[in-house]
Write a protein that binds this ligand. Sequence first.
Ligand code: PLP
Length: 320
Amino acid sequence: MREAMAGADVGDDVLDGDPTLASLQQRVADLLGVEAALWTPTGCMANAIALMDHLERGDRFLAPAGAHVLEAELGTSAWLAGGLPAPLPHSGGPGRPTPADVTAAAGTAGPYFGLRTRLLCLENTHNAAGGAVTPVAEHRALVAAAHDAGLAVHLDGARLWHAAVALGVPPSDLTAGADTVSVCLSKGLGAPMGSLVAGSAAFVERAWRLRKMLGGGIRQGGVLGAAGHVALDGIDDLAADHEHARLLAEGLAAKGWPVSTPETNIVLVTTSDPAAVVAKLAKVDVRAVPFGPGVRFVTHRDVSRADVEGALERIGGLGP
Ligand SMILES: *Cc1c(COP(=O)(O)O)cnc(C)c1O
C-alpha cells in the first residue's frame, strides 16, 4: 500500500480533478451499483454530507438505536444537517428495526408546526450491535417501507464490505434502493484514511460542494486514492478476519466468558466493569476497548490466526 501511494498518479482534486481519486470513485460506484461516488477523508464526513443533503432544519430522521450517526458523530446530524434524531428499536434482529417500526415512526404529515420525518438512516453492519449483518431481503423490505412512507434512505455502510463477505453477496445487493450510501476504506480494509459517499450523479454533484464547505476538498489526493485501491483489492480477505473473530469468541466462551456469537469481525463481551476487564487484558498484551455495557474485540488484517491463539493462551484462566 505504501508503495502504491508513493507511485500514485496525481492531479489537483480541488482544481480540475485527480486521476487516481477519479478511478477510485468510479470503482466504488460500480461496486455499490450507483451512478457516482465522492472520496471523503472520514466516514463521519461522508455521513454528514449525505444527511446535510437529505435534511433541513425542522426535519426528523430515523435510525436504529445505537447507530453511529446517533451516538458517535457528536450530533452533527442535528447541528450541521438540522435533523432531529429518532432511534428505532432493534425488533427485526440485532441492529435493525422492522419495516412496521419504520412505517409507525414515519407517521403522517401533521400540521405546519410538526416535525417532518424525512429520512431513514440504516447501518450495515451495525457496529454497536456487534458488527451485526442485515440480510438482503430485510434491507429491501426496510427500504420499501421507508420509500412507501415518503422517506429517503441513507445507508451508513462503513462496514458494508463485511456484510457482503459474510453473506457471500456483491455489495450492490446490500445497497439496493438506498438513495445514498457511505463506505469506509479505513476500517477492516486498512487504508490510512478515506471513505466515500455515493448515490445518483446529481447527489454527488451537490456532495462536492458540501465536502468543500466542510473543508474536505484535497489536492494531490491520488496518494490516498492509491491506498484506497489497494484496500479494495483486499475485500475478500475480510473472510479471514471473520474466521478469527469466531475463533476468539469460541475460545473465550470455552473459558466461561459471556461472549456474543460474531457475525463479522466484532466480538462483544458483557461485563459489569468494562474498564477493569480492559485493564486486565492489557496486562497480558491483549487490546480491547470498553464498549457500551461491555468490552469489544475487533479482528483485522494485522491480526493472524496465530495472534488469536496466542491471545487466548495469554488470557488463560483470567475471568471476565
Ligand atoms: C467508523 C464508522 C464510521 C465513520 O468513521 P470515521 O472514523 O469518521 O471514518 C461511520 N459509521 C460506522 C458504522 C462506523 O463504524
